[in-house]
Design a protein around this ligand. Structure first.
Ligand code: WTA
Length: 638
């Protein structure tokens, strides 16, 4: 229970939850004063208007995020371990204290300034999880620049798109990455990307391996240059609503969008959720195994844990390297207390059997977390029973890049309260969910299913889409006026618990990674023989969803399906990333469309899920034969 608000006369969770949504200003005002160090105090807690997509918190306040994450802990416990870098090779972890992380951050901040980076600029970071990636993020925050971390699995084209949209003049990368025993040429990918990015003036290159890579005049050797810098770097006083970072994510239409998060509200929300959802206490070791390139890494490897003075793990490897016991061997070796991972990894590991878990001592574990996609009951049970020996709460946490931090999760609630497998369950403090039907009516009773919306602002939510505020309001605030629309569907049980069903829009969730069908089709349609295509997600044992693409060839084009499939996979992996590659490609004569020309993905999805008895209303179909052809072709393929 947030200590600062307990005095307001509420002492139980449900009372405090009600207070947080009914007296939102008093709740967040008290928590913000208590948890953050301010350079000057804010005068207004919130100033939000969903109809214009206006979200502002803690106006008038000034602070520096890196000071909140580093300096104030250096004052009280400089030798506490801030981060444990769990390198790819087990047993070679590196521990970095708060004092050391502050020094790295300051040197890097000074180097960025020397290289001409100014307050308000946006620096692109294309690095695997490593201390210098974290220090780069914090160095940007220190000098008032925004960062744009791009997941190091993205291709050079995807990276170039993001650098151009963010208009970065500086990119930070490593010579090579190491993952699962393999070396990945990240600098080479950056070299390819920046060829098409006129704004880029310099690339700072850190050395993750000892191999030399070609360097040009534009490239700056990071470690060498930062060692010349001072270990003191004056933090800039930032306004609460200045940009902290951009993070690109997929939507149902168009190119990935750069969601914008700002300083104070985001930091406060990640700190509070980290503390209470996972029941994190001083001295605990927090192990979130996400990549820093995703929002989970931003919020629960970097900002939440560091703001709380915690010890956070930065995991460079994969769940199966060198064997499927990797996570649990690491839990034992590092003494991890809270483990936060993705259902796709849990589903993969449970197939290898219980011994890989039982071989290691997991008595340090207190809470297990899950994020990124719905966790099926089998995976939940195994996580709870085998990994947690039946004694650790499993918290299924629902949230999004847009929400900044966890919005629905089983805790905090009465610690004795039951946790239902596969349910995110309860809204966090300050979050007021609503389910709406297709008419836009609020479903007020329990045991109902609808579009998941949130009816009032919270400090962690995204503020806009970089350079596209209209797209921001249209995507999130227009579908259900007065509400923030999440894009997900949810069920509220008889008991009032929330269960997330999945996306309602054309976003596919592959191993917890978001992928827009439009983005994918755009690549497939660039293949010379392809006239048009439709991409859909289908349910996949391990990945959650896999990608299935229907393709219509141009007239007179003859090509073997396998050859085409190979070609399309290469194109997708070059333009987006490997995880986006289709598992199945089916050539069809035409796609089922409505008379107004819209592709009926709903029908295609049913065919692929073999629910051909439930195709629904086909009366709007332009050419009913197209469906039968799709069904025949699908049978042949499987
Ligand atoms: C899905 C990841 C069910 C959901 C933090 C959401 C989930 C999208 C869960 C956001 C969960 C995330 N149960 N579905 N616990 N967590 N999702 O932006 O569809 O990468 O909209 O953020 O993942 O993905 P994003």
């Amino acid at each position: 229970m947030p200590e600062a608000v307990a005095f307001q006369g509420v002492s139980d969770h449900s009372g405090l939850y009600k207070f947080s949504v009914n007296e939102s200003d008093r709740f967040w005002g008290a928590v913000a004063r208590q948890r953050l160090s301010w350079i000057s105090p804010f005068h207004t807690v919130q100033n939000c208007d969903f109809s214009q997509g206006k979200i502002k918190w803690f106006e008038g306040g000034k602070l520096n995020v890196s000071v909140n994450c580093l300096d104030r802990h250096v004052q009280t416990c400089p030798e506490r371990v801030a981060l444990i870098w769990e390198r790819d090779e087990p047993g070679t972890e590196v521990k970095i204290t708060y004092r050391q992380l502050l020094e790295l951050t300051c040197r890097l901040g000074n180097l960025l300034k020397r290289q001409g980076v100014r307050r308000g600029d946006c620096v692109t970071i294309y690095m695997p999880p490593c201390p210098l990636a974290m220090a780069s993020m914090l160095a940007c925050a220190r000098i008032g620049a925004a960062h744009n971390v791009v997941f190091a699995g993205f291709s050079s084209e995807a990276l170039a798109d993001r650098i151009r949209d963010a208009q970065s003049s500086t990119v930070i990368t490593v010579n090579q990455g190491v993952r699962g025993g393999k070396v990945v040429d990240l600098k080479r990918t950056v070299d390819q990307a920046v060829q098409n990015c006129p704004t880029v003036q310099q690339v700072l290159v850190a050395m993750r391996t000892e191999n030399t890579v070609p360097m040009t005049d534009r490239d700056v050797p990071l470690e060498e240059e930062m060692m010349k810098e001072d270990v003191v770097c004056e933090p800039v006083a930032m306004d609460s609503e200045d940009v902290l970072f951009l993070l690109y994510t997929s939507g149902s239409t168009g190119k990935p969008k750069g969601l914008v998060h700002t300083q104070a509200g985001y930091l406060l929300y990640t700190s509070l959720t980290h503390r209470y959802v996972f029941n994190y206490h001083d001295g605990d070791v927090f192990g979130c195994v996400a990549d820093i390139g995703w929002i989970t890494g931003h919020s629960y490897i970097v900002y939440g844990p560091l703001c709380n003075g915690g010890t956070t793990v930065l995991f460079e490897s994969t769940p199966v390297y060198p064997n499927p016991g990797r996570y649990w061997e690491m839990v034992e070796r590092l003494g991890i207390n809270q483990f936060y991972g993705a259902p796709t990894a849990i589903r993969l590991l449970l197939k290898y059997g219980d011994e890989w878990v039982q071989n290691y001592n997991r008595s340090s574990l207190k809470t297990l977390g899950s994020v990124g996609e719905p966790i099926n009951t089998e995976a939940w049970e195994w996580y709870h029973r085998v990994v947690g020996d039946g004694r650790c709460p499993v918290v299924d946490t629902w949230w999004q890049t847009e929400t900044g931090g966890i919005c629905i999760a089983p805790r905090p609630a009465d610690p004795e309260a039951e946790i239902v497998p596969g349910m995110a369950m309860h809204p966090f403090y300050g979050i007021k969910p609503a389910l709406l039907d297709t008419e836009g009516e609020v479903l007020s009773s329990n045991d109902s299913t609808g579009a998941l919306c949130i009816s009032q602002a919270w400090p962690g939510m995204a503020r806009t889409i970089h350079n596209h505020h209209q797209r921001f309001t249209e995507t999130y605030f227009h579908p259900y006026p007065g509400f923030f629309f999440t894009g997900d569907g949810a069920h509220r049980s008889k008991e009032g618990y929330y269960q997330i069903i999945g996306r309602l829009d054309d976003v596919i969730n592959v191993s917890g990674h978001r992928l827009g069908t439009a983005e994918l089709e755009d690549v497939v349609n660039q293949c010379p023989g392809v006239a048009e295509s439709a991409a859909i997600g289908y349910s996949h044992d391990i990945k959650g969803e896999g990608v299935y693409v229907f393709v219509v060839l141009k007239k007179a084009v003859m090509v073997e399906e396998d050859v085409l499939a190979q070609q399309l996979r290469e194109m997708v992996s070059r333009s987006i990333a490997k995880y986006a590659c289709p598992d199945f490609i089916q050539v069809v004569r035409c796609l089922p469309k409505t008379r107004s020309g819209k592709i009926m993905r709903r029908v295609l999805r049913k065919v692929v899920e073999r629910n051909t008895d439930e195709l629904g209303d086909l009366s709007t179909l332009d050419d009913p034969d197209s469906v039968h052809e799709v069904i025949r072709g699908h049978r042949r393929l499987l």
